[in-house]
Design a protein around this ligand. Structure first.
Ligand code: GRG
Length: 298
């Protein structure tokens, strides 16, 4: 089996298991508010690469963490990610019709339901993390809740989204774009790796190495996203493409040029893999993931 098919199989298996976990953790469609549950399920169970859950699981596996705990933390972070996509697609934000190859939640339901489904997914994430089934030690649970909240909130993903909406007033050089994306996309990717580290109570050295890996991976992921926005197709991406250029946004591609952005991807990929060297074969899948993201088409 080639390394790329190896990681592809592993990712598909993980995605399937995360979908099963989400199915169990999401509220059933019943009661007078059932439209809300239906929209939450539509958003969370309708595909996606499950990249963040993969990072939680693969990092936690390095430290021998119980699989059920990892799946719960992974599902919680995927709930935060899914909420961000539902709200990002709203008419007041990106006004998108297509997500994960299907109508966005406000198109399939209505705008108010999409707002509420996003809200409920976000709060469900913290309910899952705070549950003793996620970890028997309340200190670990508290640490998880705190870090996921920080990564998702005003100094993390939501702050990055605000900066994105303010746009070029904040500067449109590479430093400004890197900072924005570090918050908007990178923070949740980083906390996914960190969750595996926290659940595994890994030592400081491993934690530092993995946090450097996550930092580079987040940036790599965003640059490939910018490249796909220029070179990808709506069919492959399952969402609209070309929107950044249309909106005149500064991106890694507009600032570095297509070739410059690809060169940056290669540089970050090597650097991310170098961080993992000391972890040996235990980090094989995290290492293969770097190549998979660098070469992704969706
Ligand atoms: C609205 C609070 C709020 C935040 C929105 C993450 C985000 C912030 C918006 C998403 C918009 C976007 C296209 C960002 C670029 C990178 C990114 C996060 C893409 C989507 O993530 P994938 O590719 O999606 O992991 P799947 O569908 O595979 O889960």
């Amino acid at each position: 089996m080639t390394p790329s098919s190896d990681i592809a199989t592993r990712m598909t298996e993980t995605a399937d298991r995360v979908t099963v976990a989400l199915d169990q953790l999401l509220p059933r469609v019943q009661g007078p508010e059932q439209k809300l549950m239906s929209a939450m399920r539509y958003a969370a169970l309708g595909g996606g690469k499950r990249l963040r859950p993969f990072l939680v699981l693969e990092t936690g596996r390095i430290f021998g963490v119980d699989e059920r705990a990892l799946l719960r933390a992974a599902a919680a972070i995927e709930c935060v990610h899914t909420y961000s996509l539902v709200h990002d697609d709203l008419p007041s934000m990106d006004n998108d019709d297509l997500r994960r190859g299907r109508p966005t939640v406000h198109r399939a339901y209505d705008e108010a339901t999409a707002i509420l489904a996003g809200d409920a997914l976000l709060t469900l994430a913290f309910e899952i993390l705070a549950d003793p089934n996620t970890h028997p030690d309340a200190n670990v649970r508290c640490q998880l809740v705190t870090r996921v909240a920080q990564a998702s909130g005003a100094r993390g993903m939501v702050g990055g989204q605000m900066m994105d909406m303010i746009g070029s007033e904040l500067g449109d050089d590479i430093a400004a774009v890197t900072r924005l994306q570090r918050l908007k996309t990178g923070a949740l990717i980083s906390v996914s790796v960190e969750a595996g580290v926290m659940l595994g109570r890994a030592g400081e050295e491993a934690g530092t190495v993995l946090s450097s890996y996550a930092h580079d991976l987040g940036l790599l992921f965003q640059i490939t996203d910018d490249i796909l926005d220029v070179t990808g197709s709506e069919d492959e991406a399952g969402k609209a493409v070309g929107k950044d250029a249309e909106a005149g946004k500064a991106t890694f591609v507009s600032l570095l040029g297509l070739e410059g952005a690809k060169e940056r991807v290669r540089y970050l990929a090597t650097q991310a893999q170098n961080h993992l060297a000391g972890l040996g074969p235990r980090a094989t899948y995290l290492s293969q993931l770097v190549d998979m993201i660098a070469e992704r088409r969706s």
